[in-house]
Design a protein around this ligand. Sequence first.
Ligand SMILES: NC(=O)c1ccc[n+]([C@@H]2O[C@H](COP(=O)([O-])OP(=O)(O)OC[C@H]3O[C@@H](n4cnc5c(N)ncnc54)[C@H](O)[C@@H]3O)[C@@H](O)[C@H]2O)c1
Ligand SMILES: N[C@@H](Cc1ccccc1)C(=O)O
Length: 369
Amino acid sequence: MTDMFQKIKDHEQVVFCNDESTGLKAIIAIHSTRLGPALGGCRMFPYNSVDEALEDVLRLSKGMTYKCAAADCDFGGGKAVIIGDPLKDKTPELFRAFGQFVESLNGRFYTGTDMGTSTEDFVHALKETNCIVGVDEVYGGSGDSSVPTAHGVIYGLQATNKALTGTDDLSGKSYAIQGLGKVGYKVAERLLEEGADLFVTDISRQAIDQLLSKAKEIGAGVKVLSGNEIYEAQADFFVPCAMGGIINDETIGLLKVKAIVGSANNQLKDMRHGQILKDKSILYAPDYIVNAGGLIQVADELYTPNKERVLRKTKAIYNSLLNIYEHAEANGITTVEASNQFCESRIEARTRRNSFFSHMKRPKWSVRT
Ligand SMILES: NC(=O)c1ccc[n+]([C@@H]2O[C@H](COP(=O)([O-])OP(=O)(O)OC[C@H]3O[C@@H](n4cnc5c(N)ncnc54)[C@H](O)[C@@H]3O)[C@@H](O)[C@H]2O)c1
Ligand SMILES: N[C@@H](Cc1ccccc1)C(=O)O
């Protein structure tokens, strides 16, 4: 039998949620509460096996610990995955059942949207727990987190452009975007407005058609590629905005871009792929630095929400990336090593009181009740 404790050895807590009546099968992973209660979105995906779902939630929740530390948020890392097809298996009852499991963690885990879930889904969960972030303002939330996430990706592209060419002007460059969902579509739209050339791919025809009609409206050109063709696109930037693990042994040799900057979580299949990118002189913007905009917004929501502060902290992604590039270059290490080192030392320096968050609720949470 698999040694489950060996598998989850880096994590504080992993909860398997099973609800027969609604068909809910979910896993919540809390990686660390050293800096505060765990915060992380909930993904819905038709995983092929429970092992695959577990591996995803363990990696994603660990990434959230680093993302919170890098973005200077007083939260720890957690994530949830619901095993199911977001196009077929969603019901209000399923999300209410999920909300009950979140509530059972008593304030140790706050969650909201991620790949495959929407703000509407969490309005149902909100009936069972207050530990939900990023729902629309009419429900007391700060709104769709993909908006600031997309802003962050744009700042990330500008900083990377600056590091490569000395200017942060995004026009006249080409971008290969994988995934035109909540984040990818907004990034694509902004790049079109900037006068960029786009290569795009998505498994959803509807998502592609929506972008094509937008491009037509503003008279911009978009080339649609199928599946793996996106890795071979002759573009300046690869912008992954769908699933993780896409920089791997099969794809890395195909890349022709100068840099990778996208919102997808866990883009590198393995740490060693960071070194291969460095050897190929492809500048890699660590995903959890680039895609922190959504986290910044929902973390802010848990105090007294302030849009100006969210914008300022999201803008800081630009300088954070430039610092990471500089540190990596000066020390002959990869950009992921540089950002991991920064986060680990920040977590070490900030850990206080104890290393297990057990408070019942965030101080200002009562404003929502
Ligand atoms: N939403 C946020 O605020 C946020 C924040 C940080 C990170 N992220 C990450 O960004 C990524 C995208 O998130 P999202 O919220 O836009 O998700 P989403 O579900 O809204 O969009 C994902 C898109 O990718 C497409 N897709 C799925 N598999 C694909 C494939 N094999 N090839 C091409 N396209 C594919 C889907 O059809 C969909 O259009 C995820 O990895 C997510 O974890 C999202
Ligand atoms: N899902 C996004 C934003 C988010 C963070 C935390 C909670 C809810 C949503 C992320 O991975 O960063």
